[in-house]
Design a protein around this ligand. Structure first.
Ligand code: HEC
Length: 150
């Protein structure tokens, strides 16, 4: 076989190989986001169950939830998600007792929202602290959609 007859098959093999290896790399990079997608899809199912008219999550509504202040009925103090997470999700936060909180933005703290148990625990705690009730599935989906848009 002449060398030039090998050229095209070799080129084709190289092309196929590079496509497979780059999609492999892509898959590895998107893995944490897949967990978040699953979580958000779960909220979407719950949102539809609560309201059959539910269409999609809104980053804008998520931003409003994040920044809105509310007067606590008993403590008589204004509370917001930003009280601890600051107005800028990419910044370090701080608890009321001064403990540091890694930035809530998943663009900065890359494992944000990837552990469903952790997400559940903190949504419950923080929504009750700020809103005196749990957040709805729609609110949770909006919030994570906003954070993922940053
Ligand atoms: C009193 C302080 C405080 C307030 C107010 C607060 N958070 Fe948090 N939040 C924390 C702490 C502390 C953690 C856990 C530490 C960490 O994740 O770095 C956390 C973590 C979270 C997590 C889990 C993130 C992850 O990595 O999975 C979510 C979701 C969350 N907060 C949502 C909210 C929402 C929504 C509000 C407003 C309704 C809010 N938080 C208000 C202190 C607060």
């Amino acid at each position: 076989m002449k060398i030039k007859n090998l050229f095209l098959p070799a080129l084709a093999a190289f092309f196929v190989f590079s496509v497979i290896s780059s999609s492999g790399a892509l898959y590895a990079e998107t893995k944490p986001n897949e967990k978040i997608t699953q979580l958000v899809q779960g909220y979407a199912k719950e949102a539809v169950a609560a309201d059959s008219g539910f269409k999609r999550f809104s980053a804008d509504e998520g931003r409003k939830l994040f920044t809105a202040s509310r007067m606590h009925s008993k403590k008589k103090e204004s509370r917001s998600c930003t009280t601890c997470h600051t107005k800028d999700p990419s910044r370090m936060g701080r608890t009321k007792v001064g403990k540091k909180i890694d930035p809530i933005s998943p663009a900065v703290t890359t494992d944000r929202f990837t552990d469903p148990k952790k997400v559940k625990k903190w949504f419950r705690r923080n929504c009750k602290w700020v809103l005196e009730r749990e957040c709805t599935p729609e609110e949770k989906g909006n919030y994570i959609t906003y954070m993922m848009s940053l």
